[in-house]
Design a protein around this ligand. Sequence first.
Ligand code: GLY
Length: 369
Amino acid sequence: MAVIGVELAGRGYDVHVGHGLLADAGTLAAGFIRKTRVAAVADRNSHAAHGAALETALAASGTGVDWFITEPGEGAKSWGVLETLVDWLLERGIERGDHIFALGGGVVGDLTGFAAAVLKRGCGFVQIPTTLLAQVDSSVGGKTAINTKAGKNLVGAFHQPALVLADTATLGTLPPREMGAGYAEVIKYGILGDADFFAWCEANGAKVTARDPEALEYAVTQSVQAKARIVAQDERETTGTRALLNLGHTFGHALEAETGFSDALLHGEAVALGMVLAARYSARLNYISLDDAARVTAAIDKAGLRSEIASLGLECSGRELAAHMLHDKKMDAGTLPFILLRGIGEAFVDTQVDIADMAAFLSEQLQAH
Ligand code: GLY
């Protein structure tokens, strides 16, 4: 079991990582429970898999649970579901000093966190992430949002949780494909800022995706430590440090847009491909060697993730993919910052990328291999 502090003045909190810690939720979250019942949000799947365990854990300290259950999937990150959730919370008399519990993946965490951010101008929330992606990324750092017609995560708030409980045992029921997609975000921390952790991933990635308890706990702990360090330095993504977490995301976003943000390509799968493209584009600009780019590709490949965009069979041009990038929400004053590599473990923000050259590179990649 590890406890990682996210050091933010006045808003700091702990992330607990461990196998089976959900059973201790009553004790670990005791400081965030003021009433005899808590309001908790889950989707149908996370509720079925882990709702009873949370109820049992809280019952041990005399607390009951009222559930708000959503349909699984991105559809829950909508104005409509947010409105229903906020009305439900208000009916229950939730006050600023109360904490709402979010049990599930990134969708549940983002929706609950945003509801907590706006309810009575901000009440507390506790994240209990039950997917690998949520444990290593979305539950930590306070980004909350819903989707709108114009795009994903375009309406939201920075609102930090009061506590994160990442029980790695909950990942036992996660479909293998989602394990792989979450693992892409684990390996990202090595590629962007920690060459030793990347080497560990090269050697141990298969154990993580096979849910070896020790490897999984180590991978989640290292990832959360890396994210906590970055968030503490640049909570609101204003200095360029937090932007490094977007490694692979601009490329990935273009691929997700081209595949209609559908199950054809999960977010983490798109990020994995995006990191390969970022590494290869960095090699094209002579920032890194072709060998380093090949190492990134091999590590993604070995984790059972797609590493070649040509394998997607997309019927689009490099120019069309590049055009999707220009709709990225990270566009800033007409330039699109790309996260590239000066080495494995040395990501940086490049604001000078030539979009025509990027389109040419993407055309080659769409046809290669
Ligand atoms: N998922 C990227 C971030 O939290 O900044």
